[in-house]
Design a protein around this ligand. Structure first.
Ligand SMILES: Cc1cc2nc3c(=O)[nH]c(=O)nc-3n(C[C@H](O)[C@H](O)[C@H](O)COP(=O)(O)OP(=O)(O)OC[C@H]3O[C@@H](n4cnc5c(N)ncnc54)[C@H](O)[C@@H]3O)c2cc1C
Length: 256
């Protein structure tokens, strides 16, 4: 493990420490498959290869690797939702959608199936933050849930998550003070930011709140524009990512 970059730090700035990990491919076995909601599939993976698994950031990602029809491999980013290296277990939540080789593989996965993963290559560890605003769609819920569950008692967290309907709401165990908002829109309208924006407009953002955003790229862009242009919120307190791009397989977008 190797710290490679630390953001400028003063008393009121969030501190973001980037830690690099040895890149490793691990071969795991599916030990449980459970629909935690109709649209969210949770796979529990186990294996000795997890003995040295490290993921320090709630929004870390691993590469899920599955065989492609042409003999190559498909790889996509997924969040380590929860892990226990002593027990050699790793939990990944898959937001189900119609197309996509990883989603198809996950939907047919059964206990005993083998899954290869790569990484995480690195972690972004955010500290010096007590107030959080976490905004995202179904693909962001694993990172949002992990951030909420790992937070300490001093943290105050507000989340705004876009899901299809109340049946997709999740509950989180946390020591933090937590307010969850749910924005409903059909999955087919996952590129329409209006449901999230309508809720966001009702939420006051106190100074020194770290705002984390992840959703389909155009939705992330719209939310980021609302924060910076309409509300004048400072960029150094925002981390925004496009976790997928409508109509493009294997695509993500970073917003600096
Ligand atoms: C850092 C990071 C962490 C992530 N963590 C998670 C996670 O924990 N759980 C999770 O479910 N996803 C997560 N994602 C998103 C996931 O990587 C993408 O949704 C991925 O494209 C799914 O792969 P696929 O093989 O199913 O579809 P692809 O082959 O990549 O895409 C096929 C088609 O489906 C569309 N598509 C992709 N994802 C969705 C979606 N969610 N809804 C509707 N259409 C979609 C694409 O636009 C494309 O047209 C994360 C992404 C990033 C960047």
């Amino acid at each position: 493990m190797d710290t490679i970059q630390t953001s400028p730090h003063d008393a009121t700035a969030p501190k973001i420490e980037r830690v690099r990990h040895e890149l490793k491919r691990r071969s795991l076995v599916v030990t449980d498959a459970e629909r935690i909601t109709p649209g969210m599939l949770r796979l529990t993976l186990s294996g000795e290869d997890l003995a040295d698994f490290v993921s320090l950031g709630a929004d870390d990602h691993v590469k899920i690797i599955v065989p492609a029809a042409d003999g190559t491999e498909e790889r996509r980013d997924y969040t380590p939702r929860r892990y226990d290296s002593a027990k050699r277990t790793l939990v990944i939540d898959f937001a189900l959608h119609e197309a996509g080789p990883i989603t198809q593989w996950a939907m047919s996965a059964r206990p005993g199936d083998v899954l290869n993963i790569g990484g995480p290559r690195g972690s972004a560890v955010i500290s010096n933050v007590e107030r959080w605003l976490l905004i995202g769609d179904e693909t962001a819920l694993p990172a949002i849930g992990r951030r909420i569950e790992e937070a300490g008692a001093a943290a105050r967290i507000t989340s705004i998550a876009a899901v299809a309907d109340p049946g997709e709401q999740q509950t989180f165990d946390t020591r933090a003070a937590l307010t969850c908002h749910w924005a409903y829109r059909p999955l087919g309208e996952a590129t329409d930011a209006s449901a999230l924006l309508a809720v966001l407009r009702t939420v006051e953002i106190e100074p020194d709140t770290f705002v984390w955003v992840a959703a389909e790229a155009s939705v992330t862009r719209a939310i980021r524009a609302h924060l910076t242009e309409e509300r004048g919120y400072p960029l150094r307190w925002i981390k925004a990512s496009g976790y997928w791009v409508k109509g493009k397989a294997d695509s993500t977008e970073k917003f600096e």
